[in-house]
Design a protein around this ligand. Structure first.
Ligand code: PGA
Length: 256
């Protein structure tokens, strides 16, 4: 069965004004409704999320860039997964390298993943090495991130897991990783998932992130062995992101 594309826009700490956020968001949402084979998720900063709490519809979903795993408590500056759920959030990015850099470790990321899926949402678990060494140590690094991120997740919940492979050196860079390396890594990630979860491994969707743009999006989807994309900078331009959405909607994934 053909798997739908999943395209996630990660706005990070942008745009500067709520008016700009509303403008970009509504244009992307409108384009999304014209798509046949693609689900679209937009992850704005927390402060804009309540503006879009009624936005979910058919193939368009509201996402968040982070969530705390407790429901409530004395946790200054945090926002809980259940508060986000109430505002319409259905996808949450977890363990983005920019958050790992701020101190999030594998144990915390695992708690978040479990809270998010137990709370009825989809967890987008970000993994990826900072450099590719010739000894191939980065493969063990990726494996450990998967093992620890998905520790104690039950097989039945794997359809709520999306693994976003984002090599750190390709994020915010000039060029994405080449398709050959993406396909190799996606095969490796699938093997690791199979070792953990047996035949259920296929329920996990694997997407790629790191300098995806309107020129390479469709090729990465066609050649990279992934079923979606996590997009930073180009999700802040309604025009470019809409072009990406239209181009991938007619693209056949390699694994189809
Ligand atoms: P980029 O960001 O598309 O700007 O490289 C991707 C990400 O950090 O998720």
């Amino acid at each position: 069965m053909r798997r739908k594309n999943l395209i996630v826009g990660n706005w990070k700490m942008n745009p500067v004004s709520a008016d700009e956020a509303k403008r970009i968001f509504s244009k992307i949402r409108k384009t999304s409704f014209k798509l046949k084979n693609t689900d679209v998720v937009i992850c704005p900063p927390f402060s804009y999320i309540s503006l879009f709490s009624k936005a979910n519809k058919s193939n368009f979903f509201l996402g968040s860039q982070n969530a705390h795993h407790e429901v409530s408590g004395a946790l200054t500056g945090e926002v809980s997964y259940s508060m986000l759920y109430q505002l319409g959030v259905r996808y949450v990015i977890v363990g983005h390298s920019e958050r790992r850099k701020l101190g999030e470790n594998d144990e915390l990321i695992n708690k978040k993943v479990k809270a998010i899926i137990n709370g009825g949402m989809q967890a987008i678990l970000c993994i990826g090495e900072s450099t590719r060494d010739i000894n191939g140590d980065y493969l063990d690094f990726i494996k450990n991130q998967i093992y620890s991120g998905l520790k104690d997740v039950s097989k039945k919940q794997l359809s709520q897991i999306i693994v976003a492979y984002e090599p750190i050196w390709a994020i915010g860079a000039l060029q994405a990783m080449n398709e050959r390396d993406i396909v190799e890594t996606s095969i490796y990630i699938r093997k690791v998932l199979k070792d953990c979860f047996g035949s259920y491994f296929n329920d996990v969707r694997i997407i790629y992130g790191g300098s995806v743009d309107k020129l390479n999006a469709s090729t990465i989807l066609k050649e990279g062995g992934v079923s979606g994309l996590l997009i930073g900078r180009q999700s802040l331009s309604a025009l470019d992101f809409s072009e990406i959405l239209k181009s991938v909607d007619t693209t056949k994934q390699k694994n189809d």
